[in-house]
Design a protein around this ligand. Sequence first.
Ligand SMILES: Nc1nc2c(ncn2[C@@H]2O[C@H](COP(=O)(O)OP(=O)(O)OP(=O)(O)O)[C@@H](O)[C@H]2O)c(=O)[nH]1
Ligand SMILES: [Zn+2]
Length: 187
Amino acid sequence: MKELIEKLLLELGEDPSREGLKNTPERVSRSLKFLTGGYWVNIDELVNDALFTDANTDEMVIVKDIDMFSLCEHHMLPFFGKAHVAYLPDGKIIGLSKIPRVVDAFSRRLQVQERLTTQIADCIQRVLKPKGVAVVIEALHLCMSMRGVEKQNSYTTTSSMLGYFKTNPSTRGEFLSLINGSQRYRT
Ligand SMILES: Nc1nc2c(ncn2[C@@H]2O[C@H](COP(=O)(O)OP(=O)(O)OP(=O)(O)O)[C@@H](O)[C@H]2O)c(=O)[nH]1
Ligand SMILES: [Zn+2]
């Protein structure tokens, strides 16, 4: 990858041997590997030690305002914002930290926001088998703000509702009202 980055710098009209760029191919390569590290995450290993039996919890669990950073697959530019994830337990709960970890595992790839949203929901549904899962992501796409159509404040919201969140309007309504005071709206 380092050689490719060096070639890219040349194509851009830069001098890869100048002081500031000398280690750039190495840095970019490390950085890109981190930003796409989600391809190598084994989701089952990630969550399996943190699934707990709990017959008493049957109310909605929500983790909201999870920072997410991803790369759009069309331009390889960042899109970033907040993810809100909820589930309705059915005899099992998941370690809370695993929810942001699942968000990271699917964010750190080349993505479109819609697919990222469904992958997170499908993953939680598959490993936890709850009565329902809801995921909402609000994000700003740099490919729409620093280039292209150049709109600075246009957030994109996507959602994926499974189980009760899809079939039961009051469950969906409760989730949406609980995330309505989310960080993005407060700032
Ligand atoms: N649906 C969806 N589209 C996205 C996402 N990220 C970027 N895009 C869009 O992907 C499209 C790619 O369109 P093209 O016309 O092939 O690319 P382009 O000429 O660079 O388009 P502009 O961005 O309009 O300049 C653009 O409309 C982007 O806004 C995403 O997460 N979801
Ligand atoms: Zn893009």
